[in-house]
Design a protein around this ligand. Structure first.
Ligand code: UT7
Length: 321
């Protein structure tokens, strides 16, 4: 059967690391509050010359090198972001030009923190139906540029970064590698709990992120537990079969609560929220790349990817590496 097979991953972070103590000099907060409520100690913030596009390109180059695949083989780039460099053209086309592999399809998807799951599902569908043969799937964000740096309830939570996968359509046996099952959801009725108060067609401005964190938290735990059960059911695996869960990194307490609901031991959950904070669409591929490079995620492992974010959107995908 034709599946989208994982060939390599890469990631990129801005040069500047920012600690909780540094933020406490900017707004009325403390290292203790941020760590206790979120698990975050550090985040990376983009500086001059660093954009979603440059971070995405760096992550894509690292993923291609890891896969041992030349940029010229790539005929599809799907890039998830809510913070594109420009309203248009899509940041994916900038990455394509930087890599020198023009001609294939390249576009962005906007599903905020669930963006990487939406991008992965889109690329997977296109690879399995023959619309493309080799894809770069990227999550890249510079949320620091849409934060209200006077709002302590949001500005301490986010960071910038990018992560990328290379996927190739391959004929594999039933028990072989590849993306096995995915489920995506959205519920637009909760827009006011997490949104940006501007945009090209409404205010003509970029806007700032607004969030009612406590309500988002409640929905996240319920929605994630449900979609994880759905993907397990669709794939025929049980929670005990999973080697690693790579969740969207919003809050350590959400990761713990979701793992508990599924009966998964905390040791199987990849956590990077402590050092990267919430990097929105970048967080899943960034965390995955960290766990692959430090030797945790290995070939043959069954890995569950999951995310929930603005929209609301949420989704999960099970993949054999
Ligand atoms: O990635 C997309 C999905 N996003 C999420 O999943 C985020 C989900 N939500 C969360 O992670 C948590 O709800 C937060 C980390 C955002 C907030 O944690 P919480 O335990 O829900 O706190 P809270 O919003 O209920 O606020 C508790 C208190 C409030 O003070 P009062 O009203 O109890 O006096 C806040 O004003 O903490 C105060 N507070 C802060 N204090 C120090 C809020 N932000 C800060 C801060 N520093 N940065």
């Amino acid at each position: 059967m034709i599946r989208s097979v994982f060939k390599g991953s890469g990631s990129a972070l801005p040069a500047r690391a920012v600690s909780n103590d540094e933020l406490a000099r900017l707004v009325d907060t403390s290292d203790e509050w941020i760590r206790e409520r979120t698990g975050i100690s550090n985040r990376y913030l983009a500086g001059e010359g660093e954009t979603t596009g440059t971070l995405a390109t760096e992550a894509a180059r690292a993923a291609l090198a890891d896969a041992g695949i030349a940029a010229s083989e790539i005929d599809l780039i799907v890039l998830a972001t809510a913070t594109p460099d420009c309203t248009f053209p899509a940041t994916a086309t900038q990455v394509q030009a930087a890599l020198g592999c023009t001609g294939g399809a390249a576009f962005d998807v906007a599903a905020v923190c669930t963006g990487f799951l939406y991008a992965l599902a889109t690329a997977d569908s296109m690879l399995r139906t023959g619309l493309a043969t080799c894809a770069l799937v990227i999550g890249a964000e510079t949320f620091s540029r849409i934060l209200d740096w006077e709002d302590r309830t949001t500005c301490v939570l986010f960071g910038d970064g990018a992560g990328a996968f290379v996927l190739r359509a391959e004929d594999v046996p039933e028990d072989g590698p590849g993306v096995l099952a995915t489920r995506l959801h959205a519920d637009g009725s909760h827009r006011d709990l997490l949104y940006v108060d501007g945009g090209p067609s409404s205010t003509g401005t970029v806007g700032k992120l607004r969030m009612r964190g406590r309500e988002v938290f409640r929905h996240a735990v319920t929605n994630l537990a449900e979609v994880l059960e759905e993907v397990l059911k669709a794939s025929g695996f049980s929670a005990a079969d999973i080697d690693w869960v790579v969740p969207h990194q919003a809050n350590l307490r959400i990761l713990d609560a979701t793992a508990r609901k599924l009966g998964l031991p905390a040791e199987k959950v990849v956590v990077t929220v402590d050092r990267h904070a919430n990097t929105s669409a970048a967080s899943v591929p960034l965390a995955f790349d960290v766990a692959r490079r430090d030797g945790r995620i290995a070939a043959g492992d069954l890995v569950m990817l999951e995310a929930m974010g603005g929209g609301f959107t949420w989704g999960a995908s099970l993949m054999r590496v």
